[in-house]
Write a protein that binds this ligand. Structure first.
Ligand code: BV8
Ligand code: ZN
Length: 275
């Protein structure tokens, strides 16, 4: 747990700032049971991003070991749809509700910020709860039930290429607008980020005087640029992470602890400074 001093320093920095933005990565969802990407029990340990983090790699993995692609797909969906927000997500939603922060920029695709009550969430890597038409770009929501059914069918699919294709065909949905095929609106490596979302996130990073950076290794670009943009525009960076990251060098305060420990304590301290 961070020493009281640094929570108090962080709280007074935030209380003194006019426009505050939160930037989150996989670490904020760790205590909800979603493994992070990097680190000992990270997702990329079992499913290397060179194959499972980009479309060409997934195509190759499908040809070489379709059963592993099937497992990756249903494990990812089941892990996410069966989790709920933790006190870290809830504290951030409360900070927005009482007017402390103006938005959350997240690299996560798990929808937990929205589930905790955050309203202005900028999901720069997309969301598992949104499908996008490959032809016209139209986005439509999918709910947990649909995703649970998809994971169930994938779990039952035969581990052959043919079996997986059959299952994916049964799950594929057509765009109501143009009839094009839809895909999960998630950004894989080598794919561009949604320009409409990223431009708002960039604006937020430019405008803010303080940025709360929670649970990110700061290794994936261009998202990891956003704290640097804020820093270059004289924003105070406050990092919440049990470990050091490349973004620690930008931080005025480094709160060494987990999101669900630190963020509720920080909210309490900010409230005592402000009200
Ligand atoms: C693009 C989506 C261009 C799916 C993800 C060489 C140099 C620089 C850049 C590049 C390069 N080569 C290639 C690139 C670009 C590449 C990139 O940045 N690669 C990196 C790895 C070098 N980026 C891209 O490809 C991006 N696209 O550049 O497109 C382009 C332009 C035009 C046209 C075409 C193309 C796309 C990047 C998005 C990739 N998608 N995932 C999914 O989520 O499953 S990336 C993946 O990493 C997740 O989105 C994740 O959020 C993101 C970042 O990771 P983190 O969130 O930080 O998670 P991580 O596990 O790393 O760290 C967790 C942290 O939490 C740790 O610090 C840990 O200490 C801490 N923690 C743990 N427990 C807790 C905690 N903190 C608090 N509380 C706890 N309890
Ligand atoms: Zn369409």
């Amino acid at each position: 747990m961070a020493s009281g001093g640094s929570i108090r320093t962080a709280a007074s920095l935030i209380a003194g700032a006019k426009h505050i933005v939160c930037f989150t990565g996989a670490g904020i969802s760790a205590e909800s049971g979603i493994p992070t990407f990097r680190g000992t029990s990270g997702i990329w340990e079992k499913y290397p991003p060179s194959l499972f983090g980009n479309i060409p790699g997934l195509a190759l993995a499908f040809l070489l070991f379709p059963g592993k692609v099937r497992n990756f797909a249903f494990e990812a969906i089941e892990t996410i749809v069966n989790t709920k927000p933790n006190p870290g997500h809830e504290a951030i939603a409360e900070m927005e509700k009482v007017g402390i922060i103006s938005s959350v920029i997240t690299q996560n695709i798990d929808g937990l910020h929205e589930a905790a009550g955050s309203k202005k969430v900028l999901s720069v890597h997309g969301s598992i709860y949104v499908f996008r038409c490959r032809r016209c770009g139209e986005r439509t929501d999918v709910d947990k039930e649909w995703l649970r059914e998809a994971a169930r069918r994938l779990r039952l699919a035969r581990s052959s290429r043919f079996g997986l294709i059959q299952t994916l065909k049964g799950l594929s949905t057509k765009c109501e607008k143009c009839g094009g095929l839809k895909r999960p609106d998630v950004v894989f490596f080598g794919e561009s980020l949604p320009a409409d979302v990223f431009s708002v996130a960039y604006e937020e990073a430019l405008k803010c005087n303080a940025m709360l950076v929670v649970g990110t290794s700061g290794l994936v670009y261009p998202a990891a640029n956003l704290p640097l943009v804020a820093y270059k525009h004289q924003a105070a960076i406050i990092e919440v992470n049990p470990e050091n990251s490349p973004l620690s060098a930008l931080a005025a305060v480094r709160l060494r602890g987990t999101a669900s420990e630190i963020l509720p304590a920080l909210l309490k301290e900010i409230s005592s400074v402000l009200w």
